[in-house]
Write a protein that binds this ligand. Structure first.
Ligand SMILES: C[S@@+](CC[C@H](N)C(=O)[O-])C[C@H]1O[C@@H](n2cnc3c(N)ncnc32)[C@H](O)[C@@H]1O
Ligand SMILES: [Zn+2]
Length: 374
């Protein structure tokens, strides 16, 4: 295995040299490293530098880059775990290379988390984190973070796999990226409340091929019950863009007021907020203080998330334009028309064509078309 040095933030580590001609270069080597996850790691480093947990577990280390960055750039005691001995050898080499004082554990992380707890736990598996969440909640004192890259099951493209992994019914809608993130959080909620604990989303987002969740865990029956109040269903019409929310764990029967068709329930999923706006503001004020490679994209992401209306879905206005048979105007024109009609409306980080608003469908169609629609 030929190693090459990469630098992220202020940390330089050795990673296996990948075959750049391969369809998925990170898959061409025995130890995983994906340069496209730099923003994902940058956000976590920034958030941890504000939250300052007493310790942090990089539960799935691979090259160790995530944990080493947290140790070096946030000054937090770090443990890096991986069950694969090739990975732990490279992490040990990187520990020497960086001179950072991390603890390295070669173990199945579900066993480690059953034995030991950490203030912050970060799951970064291949694909789904579903089989690690129970142990992670038990072994986590305050901050639980995770990445999921199995977007097809989460978003409804692989329908049955989504149901098996997350115990929720997905649907491949125009807002599928948001459904995926909310199904993942809904699953984490159910894995958490059984221990009489609740969750508070700090910063949860979806981007390209992954969803990323940063949560604070809260103790007590009240916290668990309060959390469950934000779980429910989205009911989507299969014929038109109409949808509505319903809290609770039992899906009711609803009919589309436009098409008189039965609505399809999606969930159970998280209907609550995805962000703590104070934390986003703090992260925005700090982005310049750290040397972060993804600073520009991150700032854009933070601003979009901070300004998003807290609805549980968004409308794809290109999709609506297609239904109406018109060409879509600029997003700012659509937003302005909705606001002029008396309803708040914002963009969303989930999609460049996405619009968040609680305006009735009629108002949204008018805004996309520019003329009153039936
Ligand atoms: C996607 S990679 C981690 C990438 C890394 N966190 C980063 O930011 O570059 C997933 C890693 O999880 C490890 N892994 C998979 N299942 C595991 C388990 N049950 N316990 C511990 N490590 C595991 C694999 O060996 C692999 O190195
Ligand atoms: Zn309908």
């Amino acid at each position: 295995m030929i190693l090459t040095e990469v630098r992220e933030g202020t940390t330089s580590v050795l990673v296996p040299e990948q075959d750049a001609t391969s369809q998925f270069p990170p898959g061409s080597v025995p130890i995983f490293f994906n340069q496209r996850m730099e923003l994902n790691r940058d956000v976590t480093v920034l958030l941890l530098s504000l939250l300052k947990p007493s310790d942090y577990l990089d539960a799935m280390g691979a090259t160790g880059i995530r944990g080493l960055r947290v140790a070096g750039e946030c000054g937090i005691p770090v443990t890096i775990c991986d069950r694969d001995s090739t990975a732990t050898s490279l992490i040990t080499q990187n520990k020497i290379h960086t001179g950072l004082p991390v603890t390295i554990v070669e173990r199945d992380v579900n066993a480690l988390l059953s034995d030991q707890s950490f203030d912050a736990v970060d799951l970064d598996p291949f694909g789904t984190p579903a089989m690690f969440v129970d142990a992670a909640v038990r072994g986590c004192r305050r901050f639980l973070f995770m990445t999921a890259t199995d977007t097809a099951p989460l978003c409804g493209a692989h329908f049955k796999a989504g149901i098996r992994r997350y115990g929720a019914v997905p649907l491949n809608t125009e807002y599928h990226s948001e459904v995926g993130l909310r199904i993942l959080i809904g699953f984490v909620v159910r894995e958490t409340v059984k221990y009489d604990r609740g969750i508070e989303p700090l910063f949860c987002y979806a981007r390209e091929h992954f969803t990323r969740v940063h949560l604070r865990l809260r103790r007590g029956v009240q916290a668990a019950d309060d959390t469950l109040n934000h779980v429910g269903f989205i009911h989507q019409c299969k014929k038109c863009p109409y949808r509505e929310e319903q809290p609770g764990l039992l899906a009711h029967d609803y009919t589309c007021p436009h098409c008189e068709e039965p609505l399809q329930p999606i969930g159970p999923l998280w209907l609550g907020t995805l962000y703590n706006r104070e934390i986003i503001d703090l992260m925005l004020s700090q982005t310049g203080m750290l040397q972060l490679g993804a600073q520009k994209d991150m700032t854009k992401l933070f601003r979009l998330c901070r300004d998003e209306l807290p609805t549980s879905t968004f409308y794809d206005y290109h999709h609506i334009a297609k239904l109406l048979g018109c060409s879509p105007p600029h997003v700012d024109i659509v937003l302005e028309r909705i606001r002029t009609a008396g309803y708040p409306a914002t963009r969303t980080h989930f999609s460049g064509y996405g619009i968040k608003t609680e305006a009735p469908l009629r108002i949204i169609k008018n805004a996309v078309h520019g003329e009153p629609q039936d």
